[in-house]
Design a protein around this ligand. Sequence first.
Ligand code: BMA
Length: 330
Amino acid sequence: MGKMFPELKSSPVITRYNGGMPVLSKEDIPYEAECIFNAGVAKFQGKYVMLFRNDYRFDGIGAFQKCSIGIAFSEDGIQWKVQEKPFLTREDLHDEEITRIYDFRITFLEGRCYLCFAADTRHGTRGGIGLTEDFQSFEILSMTVPDNRNMVLFPEKINGKYVRLERPFPVYSRGKDRFDIWISESPDLKYWGESKLLLGVEDVPYANDKIGPGAPPVKTDSGWLVLFHAVDRDSSRGKNGWEARWQKRYCAGMMLLDLEDPSKVIGLYREPLIAPETEYEVNGGFRTNVIFPGGLILEDDNTVKIYYGSSDTVECLAEADVNDLIALCR
Ligand code: BMA
């Protein structure tokens, strides 16, 4: 099993909005809903847009039978108005091969809105990139081979290429759950290659299990600011949440990548940026001890908003000053 991490704390530069109470939960949703989490969030024409995951119809054992992607808009990034209907369900795709589509990430790039997502299929989990014109339409541009997920796109081309972070799962060659973050590039968002290892799970001092990209990278003067999730597993953790045995803990971690060559990690915060601490995060839901960041927004006044799913049950928000975050990566 390796290292154990009995107690992890969030960085003091982080302030949870409303003491860690959700910004979105099932009570806010005008259709059948249960767990609202792992949202992608972006700023769009002066407003905020959120695509959130809604898992519902629990099977009573350990899984949900249904999943939809809901959409909400906000003037301030805090109070959200949920649209009457979901943005997308798997039925909308008319593809029997896809059994679930979830964990959307939003990137505005060259004036267009690209959506990265995970898709469970009958032949494995695939990472996808889609395009929406108006938050009504949805077209899939490319999908990886299995198994891959947690993809995020950079918001601009770098050296003439599109760039993404991704998280393949090499279950045979690395041993159980030793999953790392990779970086790949593309001339056209469809064909991807030049893949390189970016960060190994062993590089994250508070993880002993797996890591994966969180929110799409944000450009700062000091480098690309990247949030990721980092997991430690502890076999002494027992029954938790709705599941029989949940042994993992997900924290939000942070690194800085070189602006010109984002395959170079130029800074890594060696402690968790956000660790599960509040009631919602530790005990509050379907799972426990899960912080899953999916949205990072840099405001004009240098505050950043970090949106994260809390225990796979609600969506929460934390804030920090971007310069404090960069200083932690030094
Ligand atoms: C991961 C993904 C996420 C989820 C997390 C914690 O493997 O399925 O969607 O939030 O586990 O349950």
